[in-house]
Design a protein around this ligand. Structure first.
Ligand code: G6P
Length: 611
């Protein structure tokens, strides 16, 4: 998804902006650009389709120098990914704008501005902001006032930054529905859509709130809220080492992040487990009181986070006896929902900025839920700020677009939630909580054992390199694990992958099974194992090639057309977390064999901040 970086300094900011864009590459984009105002009063611009490295190279060959500038990575929504549609967008060579989000009334504004004599050079919704800002500058005579007047006419979502040739000492920014952060330096200040972009220049950040407008000079930052009142926002110091954004010894961020799972799961558990119980206050001071009233849970999320929610449904109903519904946010937000009394509304999100999930939360507030809980990886995200309770997953920055460590830490958080609600409501089977707390403590070690299968899985990946379709099967809480496995494979290897509950095989997908369609199955040693074995026979009888990740005690063995990878034994309740790991490794190695862009798969974005 699009990224913004801007800065005002004594030094040339071009290099800082480009480095910022590089750090935002993980969000996904298809073109990039930078605009600067030079000391001698020129508004300069360089844009390119393709990678930020190409833009950087062009700036090395033919440098642009300026002490004030804005830059952008664009993920096309309105208009193709061409140079003309890349940001920054100009108006009359005096104003430059970068924008994340979508302006919903752009067509009406475009007509209006064309009527006022403005010529459009792109198909983007963003260009209307540049011209409108230019027009308002004529009325207001000053950039900040013009921006305030401009945003009053914008409908939709935006995080934006702008500069103006007439006031070359400042940049202005506005946030509504798309995140922005100000980075505070010494004698220089910056703005970005994600603090990650600015960590090379500062560790002090000020997060804009919804509706905020910012005016930023080298020495000052002034903010106004949506009512136009001057406001202060807390300055937050970022502590984690900037090295989190480096690949280290790994070839890809995705592989690094897969291997971080034992450590980040450990971190997510820390301080949240008592001797034999989950510590309920780790969900927030009002958690015990709120959980005591919970009779139903509604989970809403997107993508991988949605799959985590689907696993949680098996846990909440199966272990804690709490009815649970799970829905993708883009559906939930537009549907008339009947809310059961005493329902806790739970969102799950790595980024905490996913537009549909945020919109679902905002809608939910008017629907009479008991309260809201965000399970999120970014503590300063919109989702966290707008929820009553939060449980942070402590996965650290996840750079690979395909989510891995964020998913397993979400599952851990959801297991904690299941036990916490069950504990407070008294609905857990006697002894179960103590048993699972002990198992959770052992989980990082088990994950390490699963990761040790790395080279075995790499060999298995060879079976898939030439295939065009695959089927993933699972039963019970392993069905969402199969869904997540299929999602990973399609996201990064571009092989068509579908997931089915194994019991549905006969009702359709079996028709597709032949030697060209490998079938991947996750088979822990549980009550459903024997049924699963029959499903596997059905596949073999049709010449289908099987890859089975099975519990060491499952008594499944290698044979013709059947590859069994033996998994460490684990408590059935935690099996979905463990069995996710080999499926992550499988898609990673298949993608490597296929030579695809593992960390930045085509057409996908890390953080989907528009609808
Ligand atoms: C995008 C990402 C996925 C992610 C989904 C939801 O599609 O590529 O990896 O699962 O958004 O994102 P969230 O940040 O809300 O978990």
């Amino acid at each position: 998804m699009c990224g913004i970086v801007g800065g005002v300094a004594e030094r040339n900011v071009a290099a800082v902006l480009v480095e910022g864009l590089k750090r935002l590459e993980y969000r996904g984009y298809d073109s990039a650009g930078v605009a600067l105002i030079s000391r001698d009063g020129q508004l300069l611009r360089r844009r390119s389709t393709g990678k930020v490295s190409e833009l950087a190279e062009s700036l090395i060959q033919q440098p642009l120098i300026g002490q004030l500038g804005i830059a952008h990575t664009r993920w096309a929504t309105h208009g193709a990914p061409t140079e003309a549609n890349a940001h920054p967008h100009f108006s009359r060579g005096e104003v430059a704008v970068v924008h994340n989000g979508i302006i919903e009334n752009h067509e009406a504004l475009r007509k209006e501005l064309q009527g006022l004599g403005y010529a459009f050079a792109s198909q983007t919704d963003t260009e209307v902001i540049a011209h409108l800002l230019h027009y308002k500058l004529q009325e207001q005579g000053e950039l900040t006032a013009a921006l305030k007047a401009t945003v009053r006419q914008l409908q939709g979502a935006y995080g934006l930054a702008a500069i103006y040739l007439g006031q070359p000492d400042r940049l202005v920014a506005a946030r509504s529905g798309s995140p922005l952060v100000v980075g505070l330096g010494l004698g220089e200040n910056f703005v970005a859509s994600d603090q990650l972009a600015l960590r090379q220049v500062t560790d002090r950040f000020m997060y804009l709130e919804e509706g905020d407008i910012a005016e930023i000079t080298r020495d000052t930052v002034q903010l106004w809220n949506h009512e136009g009142q001057p406001v202060q926002r807390e300055v937050v110091r970022y502590h984690e080492g900037a090295e989190a954004a480096d690949k280290g010894e790994y070839r890809h961020f995705m592989l690094k992040e897969i291997h971080e799972q034992p450590a980040v799961v450990q971190r997510t558990l820390e301080g949240r487990l008592g001797q034999q119980q989950v510590l309920v206050p780790s969900f927030g001071p009002q958690a015990a009181q709120l959980f005591g009233r919970v009779r139903n849970v509604q989970i809403v999320a997107c993508g991988t986070s949605y799959h985590a929610g689907m696993v949680a449904r098996y846990w909440l109903e199966g272990l804690a006896g709490i009815p649970c519904q799970v829905e993708v946010a883009s559906e939930f937000r537009y549907r008339k929902v009947v809310v059961q009394p005493d329902t806790l509304f739970v969102t799950i999100s790595q980024s905490g900025e996913t537009a549909d999930t945020l919109a679902a939360l905002r809608n939910a507030k008017a629907l009479g839920y008991l309260g809201s809980l965000a399970i999120c990886n970014v503590g300063i995200s919109s989702l966290v700020r707008e929820s009553d309770l939060t449980l942070l997953t402590l996965a650290g920055p996840e750079i690979g677009v395909a989510s891995t460590k964020a998913f397993t830490t979400q599952l851990v958080a959801l297991m904690l939630l299941t036990l916490a609600i069950g504990q407070v409501r008294g609905t857990l089977q006697a002894g179960l909580e103590a048993e699972l707390v002990a198992e959770l403590r052992r989980l990082p070690v088990r994950l390490g054992e699963a990761l040790a299968m790395d080279t075995t899985v790499e060999q298995v990946a060879q079976l898939f390199a030439e295939k065009h379709h695959t089927l993933f099967l699972g039963r019970g809480a392993q069905f969402p694990v199969a869904m997540e496995g299929a999602l990973k494979l399609k996201e990064i290897s571009y092989i068509h992958a579908e997931a089915y509950p194994a019991g549905e095989l006969k009702h359709g997908p079996l028709a597709l099974v032949d030697a060209d369609m490998p079938v991947v199955t996750v088979a822990p040693n549980n009550a459903l194992l024997e049924k699963l074995k029959s499903n596997l026979q059905e596949v073999r009888a049709r010449g289908g090639e099987l890859v089975v990740f099975a519990d060491a005690q499952a008594q499944l063995s290698n044979g013709e057309g059947t590859t069994v990878v033996s998994m460490p034994h684990i408590h059935d309740a935690l099996a979905p977390i463990l069995y996710t790991v080999p499926l992550q490794l499988l898609s990673y190695y298949v993608a490597v064999l296929k030579g695809t862009d593992v960390d930045q798969p085509r057409n996908l974005a890390k953080s989907v901040t528009v609808e």
